[in-house]
Design a protein around this ligand. Structure first.
Ligand code: HDE
Length: 712
């Protein structure tokens, strides 16, 4: 891997006090639109300098305000119009700039320029999101995460609008409004926010068996990621890649996180939603500001056209994945996010992703969900961004030239010269003109797939099996992952008021996925235990897909992980130093947390300034907790309820904890047993290695059964 700071330049220095990342064509283009008011006079929108921004104009000191007050009117009017409609789904999001670079020339598969030139860094803007909640909702709710990438290629924008799960709830776009109405807060009281644990969601999905597979994913740990860095991304639909000779392959797009895939535990996710509702966006922001970019690799599952019908599912059915054991993922490039936006509204809120943004060398398929999305994304931007000129908003502009005869409407920026806004014309020399198809630099031509058939509203029979892949997913889970799925269904269905809905989900959906799953959930939510499946589920060739279990997707290192180091008066300096040196070496991060935010003195007489207090940064915000030794420090911890809770909570959440030197006495006080991740030792330096090994394993799964008794 290249040095993570490679290419950091100060090209923007002078205009931007902090150079926060690589420069690229898109960032240079945005530079023209950035505004820095440092040292500038306060003016109206029209440039008149303002002498008094404190008082409105009135008739006498205590008299009525005057309509004449253009300053008051302009300020209030602008303020009154500040809000635009939030996205109807995926309203809550956070984004970053970066680049994509292909590892090798893929011209045997595609003529897309950004996928054939390994020397090229293509600017990207990536927005992550939750689906259900509004803009102000919490980050760590149980939900699908959006993973939308805008590639600003030299041949136009390509938007890959994916999720962190490889399948979807429905097969046909015509069901999308029904699905979204069902999952959104209920219409009478607008409850719950950011959650699917309510009657209308479970009513709809229990009546819609095609949702079974995706609902299972959302009840798995995938729906509660630790952060964006540890999430896979998927294009979901089958797309086409088309090469210069016009030969096509089917393709599934994957984003594979370099950091590995890992999730929160449910109790932690719920607590974080209260203690730090911005947890995901804050981590994204902080990591980038701290020079620790987020990285993924682009993977392709490539399927020859002639193999279209070789699978026991339909490639056009978005409720199915292509198992990696059947079609391996070829890793072809790298995505790096290394620069935060300057302004949330201008960039993250106004970015307009559209399925229709495509470049030569990539094409759609007949997936009926994809086809509907081709319409919906453009349509939704018209409302959200107030008209058809949203492509001119800085974040949406391509970095290549664009010219056409589209004209006028609200907020038009472009000043088109010439008289002919039509084609063909002879007045402006016939410009702008079409570009014929060509192996390089040609105009976009759709793949000439042959289509024929009666006009019909009918689901293909090949879309008819809704359970065998859900079964495959469940069978591929580890024991801990299965237990979490049972707990998630039990929690969610336990919130459903109507017993007939609970029962339908268990009997008509879960029993067809896995009878044991159905029985355990039934027992937890008070419905009769089902006797067997209600449909004949086809036997599929693959029984297990190890690639689906997160346990197999850990990176084996601790880069970017976050450790809380508890400190206080008399804390042993050597134990702090032993760990921090190793964390620095391995690219992990730490924070010093004291009983309050005030400085403390270590046993070496050094003043330590805490990053925060233990209450300010709770254990749920970290991957592991390190407690140095020191006799007076350890004694004080024994009487500090916040610190004791810190440790119990970290223990309950299966995190690595090291109790160095005298702090080991806390073990007895808290009545905890040592394990692979709960470590004690005379000196910190002896614990560093087992501690970092335990963090790399992400959680101490073997501890989980014991934590039921922990009240934290
Ligand atoms: Fe979306 N989706 N979607 N969706 N979706 C939107 O577009 C829609 C689907 C996804 O960060 C909306 O600009 C329909 C699948 C992401 O700005 C809207 C259907 C996948 C984002 C819309 C789907 C997604 C959206 C709302 C079924 C994963 C956030 C605001 C036919 C492959 C993009 C907007 C961002 C956003 C419609 C299904 C992912 C309303 C009709 C499948 C990541 O246009």
């Amino acid at each position: 891997m290249e040095s993570r700071d490679k290419g950091r330049t100060s090209e923007l220095a002078g205009t931007d006090t902090v150079d926060r990342g690589n420069s690229n064509k898109k960032l240079e283009q945005l530079e023209r639109f950035r505004e820095d008011a440092t040292g500038q006079a306060l003016t109206t929108d029209h440039g008149t300098r303002i002498a008094d921004n404190q008082n409105s104009l009135r008739a006498g000191e205590r008299g009525p305000s005057l309509l004449e007050d253009f300053l008051l009117r302009e300020k209030l009017t602008h303020f009154d119009h500040e809000r635009i409609p939030e996205r109807v789904v995926h309203a809550r999001g956070a984004a970053a700039h970066g680049y994509f670079q292909v590892y090798e020339d893929l011209s045997e598969l595609t003529k897309a320029d950004f996928l054939t030139d390994p020397s090229k860094q293509t600017p990207v803007f990536v927005r992550f999101s939750t689906v259900q909640g509004p803009r102000g909702s919490a980050d760590t709710v149980r939900d699908v995460r959006g993973f939308a990438t805008k590639f600003y290629t030299d041949e136009g924008n390509f938007d890959l609008i994916g999720n962190n799960m490889p399948v979807f709830f429905i097969q046909d776009a015509i069901k999308f409004p029904d699905f979204v109405h069902a999952v959104k807060p209920e219409p009478h009281n607008e409850i719950p926010t950011g959650a699917s644990a309510h009657d209308t969601f479970w009513d709809f999905v229990s009546l819609t068996p095609e949702s079974a597979h995706m609902v299972l994913w959302t009840m798995s740990d995938r729906a509660i990621p630790v952060g964006f860095r540890g999430m896979q991304g998927f294009g979901v639909h089958t797309y086409r890649l088309v090469n210069a000779e016009g030969r096509a392959h089917f393709v599934k797009f994957h984003w594979r996180p370099v950091a590995g895939v890992f999730s929160l535990v449910w109790d932690e996710a719920q607590k974080l939603a209260g203690k730090d509702p911005d947890f995901h966006r804050r981590t994204l922001w902080d990591d980038i500001e701290n020079g620790d970019p987020l990285e993924w690799e682009l993977g392709l599952q490539v399927i020859p056209e002639e193999d279209e019908h070789k699978f026991d599912f339909d490639l056009l059915d978005a409720t199915k994945l292509v198992p990696e054991e059947q079609v391996p993922v070829r890793v072809v490039g790298k995505l790096v996010l290394n620069r935060n936006p300057d302004n949330f509204f201008a960039e993250t809120e106004q970015v307009a992703f559209q399925m229709a943004n495509i470049v030569p060398g990539i094409d759609f398929t007949n997936d009926p969900l994809l086809q509907g999305r081709l319409f919906s994304y453009t349509d939704t931007q018209l409302l959200r961004l107030g008209g058809p000129n949203f492509n001119e908003i800085p974040i949406n502009r391509p970095v290549c030239p664009f010219h056409n005869n589209n004209r006028d409407s609200f907020h038009r920026q472009t000043i088109n010269k010439g008289r002919a806004s039509y084609e063909p014309n002879s007045i402006d020399g016939g410009w702008p003109k079409e570009t014929p198809e060509a192996p390089k630099g040609g105009g976009y031509v759709s793949y000439p797939e042959e289509v024929s058939g009666p006009k019909i509203r009918k689901r293909a029979e090949s879309f008819g099996d809704h359970f065998s892949q859900a079964r495959l997913f469940f069978n591929s889970m580890s024991a801990a992952e299965k237990a979490h799925i049972v707990a998630a269904y039990s929690f969610e269905l336990g919130k459903v008021e109507r017993m007939h809905i609970r029962k339908r989900q268990v009997h008509e959906i879960l029993a067809n996925i896995d009878l044991e799953l159905a029985r355990q959930v039934a027992a937890n939510i008070g419905v009769d235990v089902p006797n067997g499946p209600t449909v004949q589920v086809p036997e599929i060739s693959l029984k297990e897909s190890p690639a689906l279990s997160q346990m197999n997707l850990l990176p084996g290192n601790i880069k970017s992980r976050k450790v809380a180091i508890l400190i206080g008066e008399g804390v042993k300096q050597a134990d702090i130093d032993a760990l921090t040196a190793e964390l620095d070496k391995q690219g992990a991060h730490f924070k010093l947390l004291a009983p309050s935010a005030a400085p403390v003195n270590s046993d070496a007489g050094k003043q330590l300034v805490p990053n925060d207090s233990m209450q300010g940064l709770p254990s749920v915000a970290f991957d592991a907790v390190w407690v140095p030794g020191g006799a007076s420090f350890a004694k004080a911890l024994e009487g500090d309820g916040v610190a004791l809770h810190y440790l119990l909570e970290a223990y309950k959440h299966l995190k690595a904890i090291a109790l160095c030197g005298e702090s080991a006495d806390l073990l007895q006080l808290l009545r905890l047993q040592k394990d692979d991740g709960l470590l004690t030792g005379q000196t910190g330096s002896a614990l560093v290695q087992p501690f970092t090994t335990a963090i790399a394993k992400h959680r101490v799964w073997a501890r989980e059964p014991l934590t039921k008794a922990i009240p934290a």
